[in-house]
Design a binder for this molecule. Structure first.
Ligand code: C2E
Ligand code: MG
Ligand code: MG
Ligand code: MG
Length: 290
């Protein structure tokens, strides 16, 4: 099998360098999981405006032997195109639960974790079983796991999404609608989706200022979420102005580089010391977590 693939990499004058590069990356991705090169980083979510930490989002990274630490934009499209996302995604669910268990045993029993699902993974028949297995293997209470699906994925086949999310939320798992505002939600379906959270897409946060269209959109999303009894998370918070404004608009939870970057798992417990509910104020303000 391997030889067959290598056969392709002999020089062919017509071969586009980019295509060859992609092909090599796909070959590498096939082995990345077995070679233990996949990692989860964890980005904290804070109760607005500045804590405590209410949970973490698991974000996939690939420690490539030659190319270094890769972010999902480089390899996720390939994982989706090849179907590898299913086994990688299953690994992510299990690994996030395993890590959460480690933190719980260290005393952080209220921490929770959110995992991103790609469209293919969301629609795959074994998803519910994978989730049940990961929760039971690592003894994680279901309500401490959140599954994030993008608005676009959720609205692709709304009836099917309602069915899948109902199965998942009946386990006690929470559902979050990611990158909200960039897709085309039918409000009728949004009302019926058993989600507990909307995440406002970073695009609306980026240039957020008072009296702008983005501010109006964020207010409208917050109002919609309140009507539907959903929490609102703002992602991509990078400045104190955004932090303050989003809080004043009614976002319950904030996530972004200002408050905390995605961290390797072993760096996360240091956060606990900074962001407990009764931390001194000056620590909150002067100690950005890197
Ligand atoms: P997402 O779920 O919307 O995650 C938020 C992305 O924004 C992350 O990028 C995060 O590192 C980045 N981010 C957070 N705060 C800030 C900020 O203040 N400024 C800026 N500029 N960016 C910020 P990342 O880790 O590169 O992930 C990109 C996307 O890849 C994610 O978007 C998610 O859709 C997908 N993804 C990540 N991990 C997984 C995974 O395990 N499985 C699947 N299926 N998709 C994943
Ligand atoms: Mg997400
Ligand atoms: Mg998002
Ligand atoms: Mg995104």
């Amino acid at each position: 099998k391997n030889k067959g693939r290598n056969g392709f990499s002999f020089f062919q004058p017509s071969m586009n360098i980019i295509a060859q590069n992609q092909r090599q990356l796909i070959n590498d991705l096939w082995m990345a999981q077995d070679n233990g090169e996949l990692r989860l980083f964890y980005q904290p979510k804070f109760r607005a405006p500045d804590g405590p930490v209410v949970g973490f989002e698991a974000l996939l990274r690939w420690q490539h032997p030659q190319r270094g630490l890769l972010t999902p934009d480089v390899f996720l499209p390939l994982a989706e195109k090849t179907g590898l996302i299913i086994s990688i995604g299953n690994w992510v669910i299990n690994e996030a639960c395993r890590q959460l268990r480690v933190w719980h045993l260290q005393g952080n029993t209220r921490w929770s974790v959110a995992v991103n699902l790609s469209a293919l993974q969301f629609e795959q028949t074994g998803l519910v079983e994978t989730v049940i297995k990961a929760l039971s293997t690592h003894q994680i209470p279901a309500e401490l796991l959140t599954l994030e699906v993008t608005e676009t994925t959720a609205m692709r086949d709304p009836d099917e999404s309602i069915r899948i999310l109902t199965q998942l939320t009946e386990l006690g798992v929470k559902a979050s609608i990611d990158d909200f505002g960039t897709g085309y939600s039918s409000l009728l379906y949004l009302k019926r989706l058993p989600a507990s959270e909307l995440k406002i897409d970073r695009a609306f946060v980026k240039e957020l200022q008072e009296q702008t269209e983005d501010a109006t959109i964020v207010s409208a999303i917050v109002a919609l979420a309140q009507t539907l009894n959903l929490k609102v998370v703002a992602e991509g918070v990078e400045t104190p102005e955004q932090q303050q404004f989003l809080t004043s608009l009614g976002c319950n939870t904030l996530q972004g580089y200002l408050l905390g970057r995605p961290l390797a798992a072993d760096k996360v417990p240091e956060l606990a010391d900074f962001f407990t509910a009764d931390k001194p104020e000056e620590v909150a303000e002067n100690t950005p977590v890197q």
